[in-house]
Design a protein around this ligand. Structure first.
Ligand code: SF4
Length: 352
């Protein structure tokens, strides 16, 4: 547990959390929506500081980041808790855990025990241990992923500073709801981000994710403007966000920020409260891929699906195959220092 960096004191021992755009107003003893930031006697604390619930070495392509150090490993960590409540969450067992504890303890009128419950979950993994491990194993980047990094901001921030000093890069995998205060603080140490753009409908965000659309759109622009390498992912859910109109709106929005932002259109698998839905068909992913290309995005990828043609990187100028991939793994690289080996065209991304 650690005192939060991002909050303001309000009267009567209330605090306003400023880590994400939910901007929760939290009374003494209570937590915000995410369930892991608790007001204790008028100060805000991050309960999951140094408490990882998942830690793995992954290929960077799994985040997915396709234009960021391809073919390298990334050390991935996450905690419990989330500021969204997506009905289709693929990591719901960890993302929604803190809310479940909170619900149970509130019913039993034992909310004061939340700190105990939450800190029992996960294992000790302080920032120093993460960075030492990456140095020892020569892992070039750390991903704050599995759940939303903005809600465990202070843990990511301290780790990212240490990592940067050691020459290790930092990446977020995010729902795009961090506050501008959080973004301004982390960007000196943040090298790349993959942001979910889950839909282009505010109704979808409200009903299905318990959030709003506009803050996510604003943050995609903001991270890009601040010079962080941005890639965007849309999980295509049958009957929910997969109309031609909506996929075109998403692609056109990304294009308006930059045609160089890679767009990952990923196949959905039934999960959590959407177990009744079908898996997304390959046909639909191919349709979304085509929409992205026709709109004018330079890099579009199909995700959670087999298909080298959908996952490989091509030179936007001469169509030369630069990186072959399948199921997210880079198989062959002919890209040299971000330049096409056939036409010498520059390929957008972070390559070294
Ligand atoms: S991180 Fe977001 S959801 Fe969590 S307490 Fe702060 S404002 Fe609320």
């Amino acid at each position: 547990m650690k005192k939060a960096l991002l909050y303001q004191k309000v009267k009567n021992k209330f605090v306003k959390c400023t880590a994400c755009k939910q901007f929760c107003l939290i009374g003494d003893g209570n937590t915000g929506i995410c369930g892991v930031r608790q007001n204790i006697s008028g100060d805000l604390y991050l309960l999951v500081y140094g408490k990882a619930v998942a830690a793995n070495i992954d290929p960077i392509e799994k985040k997915p980041l396709f234009h960021f150090l391809p073919g390298t490993k990334v050390f991935s960590i996450g905690t419990i808790g989330c500021n969204f409540g997506c009905s289709f969450c693929q990591n719901w067992d960890i993302s929604q855990a803190a809310k479940e504890f909170k619900k149970k303890l509130s019913k039993e009128k034992r909310l004061k025990d939340l700190k105990l419950e939450v800190t029992r979950y996960g294992y000790d993994l302080p920032p120093e241990a993460i960075v030492s491990f990456c140095e020892e194993k020569k892992i070039p980047s750390i991903a704050y992923t599995y759940n939303e990094p903005a809600i465990f901001f202070e843990y990511t921030y301290d780790t990212a500073i240490l990592a940067s000093k050691a020459g290790i890069r930092n990446v977020y995998v995010s729902n795009g709801y961090a506050s501008h205060d959080a973004i301004d603080k982390i960007t000196p140490y943040l090298d790349a981000i993959n942001i979910d753009l889950k839909s282009f409908s505010d109704d979808f965000y409200k009903k299905t994710c318990k959030a709003r659309l506009q803050p996510v759109l604003d943050n995609i622009k903001y991270y890009h403007k601040k010079g962080v390498w941005v890639e965007v992912t849309t999980l295509v859910i049958p009957g929910e966000n997969d109309s031609k109109k909506e996929l075109t709106q998403i692609a056109e929005f990304i294009l308006s920020v930059s045609p160089s932002i890679p767009w990952h259109v990923s196949s959905f698998s039934p999960a959590y409260k959407m177990k009744d839905k079908m898996t997304t068909s390959e046909k639909k992913i191919r349709e979304a891929y085509k929409i992205g290309k026709e709109v004018g995005l330079k890099y579009v990828y199909g995700g959670n699906i087999w298909g080298e043609d959908l996952q490989s990187t091509y030179c936007p100028a001469c169509n030369n195959t630069l990186i072959k991939r399948d199921w997210g793994f880079s198989k062959l690289q002919t890209l040299k220092r971000g330049v096409c080996d056939r036409c010498a065209g520059r390929i957008d991304g972070v390559w070294a």
